[in-house]
Design a protein. Structure first.
Ligand code: ZN
Length: 253
């Protein structure tokens, strides 16, 4: 069995400057997620923003099946080159899993085509979240309970300014009263995208097995459709197929 190549990217800044975050995630948020989702069928690697080329030199994604993205403080510093590289690769079939505050990353905004604004509340004490699985037939919900209780997280609420999702797999309810489409999917070109909102850095959300299970499912689902690496190009077909162009079984370039 060939393994899925998964790259987990984290800006890795909170962990360095906020001791309470470092205590929860001594090996970084990326380290906890990587250890959590580790499995026989996944070949996982790590990239962080403090690495050369922000961890993503040109060509770094060429054979990656799924990119997982956690970012928050440094969205504005991610190189435009990287945004375009990811956008190209997703459209060519790479999966993209955006976690928590990655909703406001430039790459997620690029993929969605909107500002991805939402309602939020300071996380200080956090609040209880019930993550309801509303599409249990979806592959991302496989083996996931009807709901997941997260004891404390930051409130992310509606309206969430994103294009209408293909599927809403999870809806969050917060003890403050808000609701949020906390787990949604989209497709772009040949690629699949999943955003999953639980995971504020000051709470141990990624230590919860059910949360990790959803992320693992999301990785496998996003990897699924097409890995041929061909972008959907703008095809010029001067000769109609019915007039003899021998293209009926040809794969688009
Ligand atoms: Zn947050």
């Amino acid at each position: 069995m060939s393994k899925l190549k998964v790259l987990i990217w984290n800006e890795n800044e909170h962990e360095k400057i906020h001791s309470e975050v470092a205590e929860i995630y001594p090996k970084g948020i990326h380290g906890t997620i990587a250890a959590g989702v580790a499995a026989e069928d996944l070949e996982i690697s790590i990239a962080t923003m403090d690495m050369p080329d922000q961890g993503l030199p040109n060509g770094a994604l060429d054979d990656v099946n799924v990119l997982v993205w956690w970012g928050h403080m440094l969205h504005h510093l991610v190189e435009p080159r990287i945004i375009e590289m990811i956008n190209e690769r997703v459209n060519a079939g790479m999966g993209f899993v955006a976690l928590h505050s990655a909703h406001h990353s430039k790459v997620f905004q690029r993929l969605m085509g909107t500002n991805c604004n939402l309602a939020w509340r300071e996380a200080d004490e956090g609040e209880r979240v019930r993550v309801w699985c509303v599409t249990p037939s979806h592959p991302i919900a496989k083996g996931v309970p009807q709901w997941i209780d997260v004891p404390k997280d930051e409130m992310y609420g509606e309206p969430f300014n994103v294009p209408k999702p293909d599927d809403i797999v999870f809806i969050n309810w917060y003890e403050g009263g808000e609701v949020f489409r906390g787990g949604c999917t989209w497709t772009r070109g040949r690629g699949r995208i999943f955003h999953f909102s639980p995971g504020h850095e000051t709470f141990p959300v990624y230590h919860q097995p059910e949360i990790i299970q959803v992320i693992g499912n999301g990785i496998r689902w996003a990897a699924e459709p097409h890995r041929d690496g061909h972008n959907l190009s703008n095809l010029h077909r001067p000769i109609p197929l019915e007039k003899g162009a021998p293209t009926s079984s040809r794969r688009d370039p």
